[in-house]
Every structure is written in C-alpha cells, then in structure tokens.
Design a protein around this ligand. Sequence first.
Ligand SMILES: Cc1cc2nc3c(=O)[nH]c(=O)nc-3n(C[C@H](O)[C@H](O)[C@H](O)COP(=O)(O)OP(=O)(O)OC[C@H]3O[C@@H](n4cnc5c(N)ncnc54)[C@H](O)[C@@H]3O)c2cc1C
Length: 402
Amino acid sequence: MVGAGYAGMAAAVTLAQRGARSVVFESGPVPGGRARRVATQGRTLDNGQHVLVGAYATLFSLMRAVGVPANAVLRMPLELRYADGVRLRRLFLPEPLGLLGGLLAARGLPWRERLGALRFMRALRRLGFRLPEDCSVQQLLARHAQDGRIGHYVWKPLCVSALNTPPERASANVFLAVLRDTLAGGEDASDLLLPRVDLSRLFPEPAAAWLATQGGELRCGSTVRELGALRAQFDAVILAVGPHQLKALAPQLARDFEYQPIYTCYLQYEARIRLPLPMLGLAHGVVQWVFDRGALTGDKGLLAAVISAQGDHQQMTHEALAAACHRELAAALPSLPPPQWSQVIAEKRATIAVGASLARPAIDTGMPGVFLAGDYTDPEYPPTLEAAARSGVRAAQSALQA
Ligand SMILES: Cc1cc2nc3c(=O)[nH]c(=O)nc-3n(C[C@H](O)[C@H](O)[C@H](O)COP(=O)(O)OP(=O)(O)OC[C@H]3O[C@@H](n4cnc5c(N)ncnc54)[C@H](O)[C@@H]3O)c2cc1C
C-alpha cells in the first residue's frame, strides 16, 4: 500500500479483515494525508476542519471495526444556523417528515421558497436523483427556481461544502447523489458529525494500531520512489496517493485534474469565548462556516473559520485573511475581543474540482497487480472521507480477487 490517508488505511483494514497482510508506506510523519494532525509553531491543529455526515456508512463501519469509540465524534441532527438568524433544522421525525417539518419550521426563508424546496425534492425523487444529462448545480437550481434565498442559505452552501466546487462549475449529478444519500436518505443520514479528536486519531492511527495486531504494518516517513521494486516484493500494490502525487509513481496513470482549495483560519480567543453552537454559518463574506473547537476538541476559545473552494481570498496574505475572518466573526459575535493569535492553513489542492460529467479513473489500472484508491476515484461521490474509505474497500476487494 502506498499512502496512509483514509483510502490507504481503509484498504489495509479491509485486506486484514480478509486475512491478507499489508505494509503501508507513508511519506508523512503521521498517517491521515489530507485529513491529518499537524504540529506547527508549537501548536497541534488539524490541517483543516472536517465535517462528516451520517451517510458515511463505509467509514463508520471501518471506524467501529478498529475500535474508534462513538464519542470520537459529536453527532447532531442537521442544522444550518447562520449568525444573521436564518435557520433550518431537520426535525426529530421519521423521513421524509423530518426534512419536510424542518423546511416548514425554517426561519428567515420566505414561505414561497420553502414550499418550492419541497417541490424541488419531490421532483428530484421522481428523477431518481439523476439527470440524464449532467449540468452545473447553478443551472439545476435556476431550472427549479431554487436560486433565491434558499439557494444562498441552503443549496449553494451544501454544494460548496460537499463538492468543494463553486455551484456554477459543480456537477449537478454528484450533488444529487449527495442529496439522495443525506437529505433523502435514512433518518440519521443527514446528521452532522464533528470530530472531537484530531483527524489522525479519528481513524488512521487506530486503524494502524489494529493493523499491527493483525500482522500488518504502517511505515511513516517512508516515501516510495519506484513502483517496480514494490511490484517485485508484494503480490499486489494499491496506490492510495493523492491524485497529483500519482505522477511521480506511475505517470501513465496520472491525469491532469483541476483542483480546488480549502482554507482554515484558526483564531485563538480568550478561553471564555464560545459559539452558540459548535458550527455556525456566516453568509455574507469570505468565511462560510465557523467551528467552536472548545466545544469539540476542548481547545477553549479556539475558533476555526472555513473557506471552501476558489475565491478572492486566495489573493490575500495570510495576515490579511486572518484579519478579515476576525472582522466577520466580530460582526456576528458582539463584543468579541481581538484574537491572541491566528493561523491560516491553506490546502491549495484540497480536492479535485468536481465539474459536470467529470470522468473518474477506474480502480483496476490495467497494470497486473496494481490498483488505485483515493477520494478522486469514486464514480459518483464527491472527494470526501467517505469516498476515500469506499475506494479503499473496493481496491482491497479487487486486489484480493486478482
Ligand atoms: C482542508 C480540507 C478540508 C476537508 N474537509 C472535508 C470534510 O469536511 N469532509 C470530508 O468528508 N472531506 C473533507 N476533505 C476531503 C478529505 O480530506 C479527502 O477526501 C480525504 O482525506 C482524501 O483521502 P485519500 O486517502 O484519498 O488521499 P490523501 O489523504 O491525500 O492520502 C494520500 C497519502 O499518500 C501519501 N503519499 C503520497 N505519495 C507517496 C509516496 N510516494 N510514498 C508514500 N506515501 C505517499 C501522502 O502523504 C498521503 O498521506 C477535506 C480536505 C481538506 C484538505
């Protein structure tokens, strides 16, 4: 296995569950890849705030298998609450009543648009959440008159958060797959799950510990530079590296994807500073969501402001961006004092851009004994932790069959 991100560790765990021993080579000092703990300037942070949803069935099953305790995440029913008072919350009712009731009880969205959203969901159900011809999310929303306030506060933020691609470019069919499995999924499928431990401890490290009990091994700080030597040494090789990292190992398999960034700005305030809930939306500036790390990881007074996908913020210095984030937070949270410190972590190639009709590479590479895993290979999901986990399981199954 090359790569100890969520995909590589999912593959290694799946192999071990079927009795196959694997060695995982990882360049970095800790496992996790694009979802990892980083030690920087004497602080321990995540490379970016992550949100999981109830529909992440494959990942949760693997987490349970390697002994991650349920309290490693904070589970909450879907709630989109904005600092300006707009609020949509799924109600504790069996589906589809939970979403229906939530839309009817929503605050700050006109009646006409809330009823329109229910009609939109009905129309999507009739279509089986799949368009015969893909288009952009923006076009889909315009076609169904969903581009007013409901578009601004609900659909577009969901698109950017899930696909990390602006609605004018994002694939409607990938967005519909997300809506099908979350809003229109089972009762808990749209729940939000926020990590209470760092991202390496959330799955990759417990997976590595469990793997060791099964005879497997994780070697951190171990960059694979040549595929040939691995192929000679092992029965199968799973390349679970990021899409842009494939070029160095197997140029014939690499593709020229476009990428989208995710910026996380950490702002440390006095310990008494808290958000009214662990995740709050800001809908009028550069910050999209802000997370209360005190309520999650116990880092009191630490807020994480998240900016997904491309935007003007990419032209700002980190100092200017942190100052802009603080200004937006101060406008939303009265009498917020200046931060004691701030730190921006910019993941410039956080994920591939998921444009309309994007083709994904197959897990089976055509090279004997070589398989691909990674968030970018899932045929229908956006590049997420769940897509990574699903791809790892599928790559392991293909390797075992071969
Ligand atoms: C800031 C940020 C926020 C995000 N937010 C969310 C979110 O809220 N929810 C969500 O579901 N997803 C989110 N994502 C996406 C999610 O993190 C990724 O989809 C997932 O982590 C990808 O996992 P992967 O295993 O496919 O790839 P990676 O995590 O990229 O793993 C590849 C691994 O391979 C290693 N590697 C590469 N080359 C070599 C080599 N030659 N030898 C050895 N090792 C090598 C790398 O070091 C890396 O550890 C976010 C991503 C970022 C960056």
